[in-house]
Design a protein around this ligand. Sequence first.
Ligand SMILES: [Zn+2]
Length: 268
Amino acid sequence: MVMLNQTNLGYPHKLRRLYWPFLALAEDCRRIIGTVAGAFESEGKRYTIPRFVFLGPDKGAPPLRVGFFALVHGDEPAGALALQYLLTELSDHPELAVGYELVVYPLCNPTGYEDSTRHNRAGRDLNREFWSDSTHPEVRIMEEELCTQHFDGVVALHADDTSDGLYGYSQGRLLNEQLLWPALRASASVLPLNEQQVIDGFAGHEGVICDCYRGILAPPPHLQPRPFEIIFETPARVSLAQQAEATCCALRSLLADYRGFIAYAQNL
Ligand SMILES: [Zn+2]
C-alpha cells in the first residue's frame, strides 16, 4: 500500500488543508492508517482520493467494516469535517469502535472540492453516475472500493442548502427504526430535524425520506448479503462546525446501535 503522505507533495493548497488533519491523526494514532483509494489526472494535475482506516479494538470476531463517504459533492465540506471529528474522538476513545474497521473517504470529489462546485470538473454530478458504466475516474475508483472492501455498511454524508434541518435515508437489511431514527434523534441535540412532509422532492416523515435518486454512491446493485446503506444530510446553510458536530453524534449512535443489532441477530 502506498502511504498517503508520500504521494501528497505538490498538492493544491486547499486540498492539502483538508488532508492535513487526517494525516496528522494517522501520524499520532497507530490505529489510523492513511492510504490512497486511487488517483487520476485532470487538466494535467494529479488528484488522489484518500482513504483512512480506523482499526477499532479487537472483539475476537471478524470486524464489522463500515465505509464513510464525504465530499461526493464538492461544495459540501461538512461531511469531511465530521469524519475528522469522528477520527479525532476515536483516537482518544477507541473503545467507541470496538469490533469495527472504519474505512473513511473524506474527499470523493477532489476537483469539485478544489473548485467549490457540486459537480466534478468535468461538470457531472457524481452522485447520479454510480453503477451505470460511468467513465468518470472518481466513480470508477469508488465503485472499485465498494466492490472490494467488503463493507457491512455504507454511510454517505451530504449537505442540503434547501433544508433547514437534518434528515436521512436508509435502505437495506436494517430497518430505519434500528439505525437511522436513533442516529437522527442523537444529532437533533445539535441541530433540528427537517419535519417537512416533502424533503428534496421525496415523502418525508420525522426527518426520514422513503426514496432517493438513482445512481447514488451505494453498494453494487446485486451484492448479497446487502450492506446497510445510510445517507445523512445536514442543513448546508448553518455553520460547518454545527453540521459536523451533528453528523458526529449520528455516527456515534450508528456505531453503537449497529454493533448491538449484530450481537442481537447473532443470538437469535
Ligand atoms: Zn450532496
